[in-house]
Every structure is written in C-alpha cells, then in structure tokens.
Design a binder for this molecule. Structure first.
Ligand SMILES: NC(=O)c1ccc[n+]([C@@H]2O[C@H](COP(=O)([O-])OP(=O)(O)OC[C@H]3O[C@@H](n4cnc5c(N)ncnc54)[C@H](OP(=O)(O)O)[C@@H]3O)[C@@H](O)[C@H]2O)c1
Length: 250
C-alpha cells in the first residue's frame, strides 16, 4: 500500500465504525493523520477503533451522532474542532440501503435513505466548510456510488441519494474553490462490507457478471483512493468523481 502524506492533518470521517469508513479511518491514521469519526449505534466497534488508533500513536475521537440530524452533526463538527483546533479533511461516508421496487417502496424507506445518505452530506459539509473557509484550506471527499452514475433497479431511493451527492459535490466544489477547499467524490462499485453481505448468491452472480474485473472490491481499495484525494497530491483536482469499480461504469 502507498502511504500518502497526511502527517499532522486532522480528519473527520462520518460512519467510521464499519466497512469502508473504518478502512478510511485506519488508512488516514497510517498516513499520519489524527482521525475523528462518527457512528450511529455500534459503540463497541467505536471503542476498539479508538484503541487501534492510539496504538498507532494517533489521536482517535469517536462521536455517536446520527448523520441525518442537522443540529447533532453541527455539534459533532464543533467537538472535533475544539479537540483538534482545526479540521483539514472531511469524509462524508455514512450511508444505508433500504432497497425495494418503486411500487413497494414506503415513504419511510425513501425518507430514511435520503436523510442518511444525502442530507447528512449537506449537514457535515456546511458545518465543516465554515472552519475550512476560515483556514483557507481543506479537503472534502464524498462517498457516492457507481449506481449513482448508472442507476440500479430496486434502489431508486439509494441511487437518487447518491446521484444527489454527485451534484452536491460539483456545486460545492465551485462554491469553495476560491477558498482553497477541494471537494471531490469517490464512487465505489460493489465492496465487500456488511452492506453487501445480505445479498443472495443469485444477486452476487448477477453483480459479478457486470464487473469487468470479475471481483468485488475490498474496503481498503476504496480507502486508498480517498487518502489520495485528501492529500496534497490532489491539490489541483476539484469537483471530480472517481469511480473505483473494477470497470463497471465505463
Ligand atoms: N458496500 C458497497 O458495496 C458500497 C458501494 C458503493 C458505495 N458505498 C457507500 O460507502 C459508504 C459506506 O458503506 P459500507 O458498505 O462501508 O457500509 P456499512 O458496512 O454498512 O457501514 C456503514 C457505516 O455508516 C454508519 N452509519 C450508518 N448510518 C448512520 C447514521 N445515520 N449516522 C452515522 N453513521 C451512520 C454505520 O455506523 P454503525 O456501525 O453505528 O451502524 C457504519 O459505520 C456508504 O455511503 C455506502 O453507500 C458502499
């Protein structure tokens, strides 16, 4: 693994306890950053991740906070700034699925997914960019999905949320570019996490058949690209969405 230089950087990752978020937290710490992360309910995972960060010689800060809640999200960002004195990197990663065909999809399934996956990105970006604007520097990386680019039957709520994140990323990149804040997105394909473990063999076979590389991704393969976008190596990139998808979207 390449280690991008994030020495002394202060980062915040939403949804850091499991899956892709956890790998992003660990990868950033390996690159030299102190890392705060939020989670919704998995306290034990949060505690063990903080211990792992501390064993690496980094500061780890776990915050229980529902990313869909505006006031709670603003308070979480404030806590991070008070503890770290600055905020260099925000990764909007928290996300859920509640899949259903449109005709069977309930209003709650629609609302929950939009609030957790899209409104959360507004919540955290607004709170963090205030600090980054005063610093005149910052990197924001939004985790979207390849299905937000190409669509997917049975996931209209999720796809709408992820396509929304893509539009939001490009708009905010334009708004914040003059303040030296770069805003980019990563669109993973199918990644081996709790989110995809519930798929049955038939669904997995169908997915593999549309991936040119014929395999799913490991969370670390997504984290690597996030670290690149958060590093000075990506200083001249903004408003971009990088598909990390084994060739699915091409
Ligand atoms: N897995 C894939 O194939 C795939 C593909 C493309 C994009 N993505 C995107 O990548 C991101 C991470 O997915 P994943 O597969 O790693 O999911 P995951 O394994 O299910 O982990 C989700 C993480 O988000 C947190 N979270 C969920 N709802 C939250 C909320 N309301 N507030 C705060 N934290 C919340 C969870 O916290 P708790 O542990 O407390 O529940 C957990 O840490 C998501 O945005 C997802 O849409 C995933």
């Amino acid at each position: 693994m390449i280690n991008y230089m994030l020495d002394g950087k202060k980062a915040l990752v939403t949804g850091g306890t499991r899956g892709i978020g956890r790998e992003i937290v660990l990868a950033m710490a390996r690159c030299g950053a102190d890392v705060a992360f939020t989670y919704r309910s998995s306290r034990e995972h949060a505690d063990s991740l903080v211990a792992e960060l501390e064993s690496m010689g980094r500061i780890g800060l776990a915050l229980q906070s529902d990313a869909a809640d505006s006031a709670g999200s603003a308070a979480a960002v404030q806590t991070v700034i008070e503890r770290f004195t600055r905020l260099d990197i925000l990764v909007n990663n928290a996300g859920i699925t509640k899949d259903n065909l449109l005709m069977r999809m309930s209003e709650d399934e629609w609302d929950d997914v939009i609030a957790t996956n899209l409104k959360s990105v507004f919540n955290f970006t607004k709170a963090a960019s205030r600090q980054m604007m005063s610093q005149r520097a910052g990197k924001i990386v939004n985790i979207t999905s390849v299905v937000g680019v190409i669509g997917n039957a049975g996931q209209s709520n999720y796809v709408a949320s992820k396509a929304g994140v893509i539009g939001f990323t490009k708009s905010i990149a334009k708004e914040l570019s003059s303040r030296n804040i770069q805003v980019n997105g990563v669109a993973p394909g199918f990644v081996d996490t709790d989110m995809t473990h519930g798929l049955n063999d038939k669904q997995k076979e169908a997915i593999l058949s549309v991936i040119p590389m014929k395999r799913t991704a490991q969370p670390a393969e997504i984290a690597e690209v996030v670290c690149f976008l958060a590093s000075s190596g990506a200083n001249y990139m903004t408003g971009q969405i990088l598909c990390v998808d084994g060739g699915m979207a091409m």
